[in-house]
Design a protein. Structure first.
Length: 360
């Protein structure tokens, strides 16, 4: 089961994780806890807080999302290597070999012009590294583009850059095959991975018993789909730092709005259900003619696009449970006023507290 926990306090989310770990012990005492993090700094902070709670923090794995997803590919799918032939480092060196061979093609005029006067190959190395980084992002956020490029087709509506990116990617895949390396990469494994998990009647061997996701501001859509498929067999606890207790994502169509109006969240501190909207009966008035939500707090609307998109993706997940653990903010100073307005999805108020000071 995939469970999503919302709170405006990271320490509250961490306390929820402590509660789950303490209350629901793993069957195998030697099995490590799996906690996905966004950085080593977050991993160190979690180790310190967990050790303060339990006296020791040991046998805990803190993988990054990309390495975790690939590890799940290896555990679930047959004949998948432990290390991808399409990681950034491997792609960089392969592209350094391929680019000089392709520069005479008309599609590569811009690159040929850039690589003039490059006797020490420094420009070639930099360009190969940048292209590898770009392809690595496409593997996560644009797998459909890469699938079309591999078949020799262009993506309709893209700019001129794909004129050289498409044949370069196709050449990279073919060169990898010539080297005798597997052609598997994240873009062509997502759907196979998801279909395998959804069709499995029993839990595939080797999967962790549960996974926590903590301190990650946003995950790519394909990662969420993969986690949702994993949630059919293991416990997935997604701990999301959400600054607002009400739904503030973009609504795409009236049907989706109607679905949201029927959904409820359970409050973790009180035995009651909470609506996604403050006033569900008049929630339709929150949206304009284009189906976009008129967010009441302009700061949240202007600076919260990444979180807003992520909220939409989380709300669109099927077969998931949501739990709220928001903490009220007392508006006793300027910062707390801002936080309170965002939490309650209200327009900014004037701060009349006695000690209103802004420090540089």
């Amino acid at each position: 089961m995939l469970r999503v926990y919302h709170s405006n306090r990271l320490d509250v989310l961490e306390a929820l994780m402590e509660f789950i770990v303490e209350r629901e012990r793993l069957d195998d005492p030697f099995e490590p806890e799996m906690i996905l993090v966004q950085s080593t700094g977050m991993a160190q902070w979690l180790q310190m807080t967990l050790s303060q709670k339990f006296g020791i923090a040991a046998n805990i794995d803190f993988p990054l999302p990309a390495s975790f997803i690939w590890d799940m590919f290896v555990r679930v799918l047959p004949e998948i290597p432990k290390e991808s032939a399409f990681n950034k480092q491997s792609m960089s060196w392969k592209l350094m070999t391929l680019l000089p061979q392709l520069l005479e093609r008309e599609d590569f005029t811009l690159l040929r012009h850039y690589l003039t006067d490059d006797s020490d190959k420094r420009k070639l190395f930099q360009l190969s590294s940048k292209a590898a980084d770009l392809f690595d992002q496409y593997l996560v956020y644009r797998p459909d583009w890469l699938a079309q490029w591999e078949t020799g087709h262009l993506v309709e509506g893209l700019g001129e850059a794909q004129a050289w990116q498409a044949p370069l990617w196709k050449a990279l895949v073919e060169y990898t095959d010539e080297l005798g390396q597997p052609r598997w990469h994240r873009a062509n494994l997502y759907q196979r991975f998801i279909e395998t998990l959804e069709s499995a009647t029993t839990c595939p061997p080797g999967l962790p018993s549960r996974v926590f996701i903590c301190g990650i501001s946003a995950l790519p859509p394909v990662y969420l789909q993969a986690l949702q498929a994993l949630g059919k067999h293991i416990e997935i606890h997604l701990l999301f730092t959400n600054p607002c207790r009400y739904y503030w994502g973009d609504i795409k169509d009236p049907a989706y709005l109607a679905k949201l109006l029927t959904r409820q969240r359970r409050h973790s501190f009180e035995d009651r259900e909470l609506p996604l909207f403050r006033d569900s009966e008049n929630a339709g008035q929150l949206f304009n003619s284009d189906g976009e939500q008129d967010v009441g707090n302009p700061l949240l609307a202007s600076w919260g696009k990444l979180g807003r998109d992520y909220i939409y993706l989380l709300s669109d997940l099927e077969s998931s449970q949501e739990l709220d653990a928001f903490v009220d903010v007392t508006p006793d100073n300027l910062l707390h006023n801002i936080q309170s307005d965002i939490l309650e999805l209200e327009k900014p108020r004037r701060c009349w507290c006695e000690h209103r000071r802004v420090f540089p």
